[in-house]
Design a binder for this molecule. Structure first.
Ligand SMILES: Nc1ncnc2c1ncn2[C@@H]1O[C@H](COP(=O)(O)OP(=O)(O)OP(=O)(O)O)[C@@H](O)[C@H]1O
Length: 237
């Protein structure tokens, strides 16, 4: 089901605080069905706080967030997860003592369109490693595993926090390929990134943040034509 205006996720003028310090100021953007929206900006711009606010891990002090037409702000994280949203934090957090298979299937829910076989079809590199422990994987393999864990419940919206962080360029390309393949699914993605090329290659739309506010919104096509419009918010002058 979608909101009345056909939007899957609606973030409407949200503020968020850490104690007395305000981290988000009037942040608004929306995500359509099967759309990939990239949130770009420097460290500290508020991207992670935005994802955490959607997931109910941070309290929204003003504004509202709706998913499939229902208000989710104010609900608890597990309820938000159950409504069809998965969050893959940048920390990756593999369960080190569990195997790759156990790590992925931890999130599986009856009725999910994504069973282990399906998930491994997107991450062929993991297929030969499913009995390894999470701690025995490389950073890139862990990233694939936690994306797999995020997919296992069968979300309609995946929140991905900096999947390319700390990975070698060849692995970043692989992450890009996986995200491109997921485009065939009934799945929308909010992708937080500092890697502009990766974001431009997989996103439909770009939302640029600075100091806790949205400072620009553009299509990926516009971003490819005018990368300088985004780069000025990514590099330090
Ligand atoms: N747990 C916290 N306690 C206090 N302030 C925080 C906390 N987490 C983030 N902040 C502050 O909130 C603001 C936004 O941070 P946030 O992590 O959302 O930015 P970001 O764009 O995701 O950057 P990064 O890529 O570094 O995660 C920053 O000023 C940051 O210092």
């Amino acid at each position: 089901m979608l909101g009345a205006d056909g939007r899957l996720l609606d973030v409407e003028a949200i503020d968020a605080h850490y104690g007395r310090s305000q981290a988000l100021f009037n942040v608004s953007f929306d995500v359509g069905r099967r759309e990939v929206v990239a949130l770009l900006g420097r460290n500290g711009a508020g991207k992670t706080t935005t994802l955490r606010s959607i997931m109910g891990l941070n309290t929204v002090s003003q504004g509202a967030i709706s998913f499939e037409g229902n208000r989710i702000s104010g609900r608890r994280p597990h309820e938000i997860a159950r409504s069809g949203i998965s969050y893959v934090p940048e920390t990756r957090d593999p369960f080190s003592l569990l195997t790759v298979e156990e790590n992925i299937m931890l999130g599986y829910r009856d009725g999910s369109p994504y069973d282990l076989k399906r998930i491994l079809s997107w991450f062929p590199d993991l297929a030969g490693l499913i009995q390894r422990r999470g701690s025995q994987l490389s950073g890139g393999q862990q990233q694939m595993m936690v994306i797999g864990r995020g997919l296992a419940p069968g979300p309609r919206l995946l929140l991905l926090d900096e999947p390319s962080q700390g990975l070698a360029p060849v692995i970043v390309k692989m992450v890009g390929r996986v995200l491109a393949e997921l485009r065939g699914e009934d799945l929308s993605i909010v992708l937080v990134e500092q890697n502009l090329n990766l974001a431009l290659s997989v996103a439909d739309r770009i939302v640029v943040m600075e100091n806790g506010s949205v400072v620009d919104r553009l299509s990926a096509e516009e971003g490819r034509r005018h990368p300088e419009r985004i780069e000025r918010y990514l590099t330090i002058h």
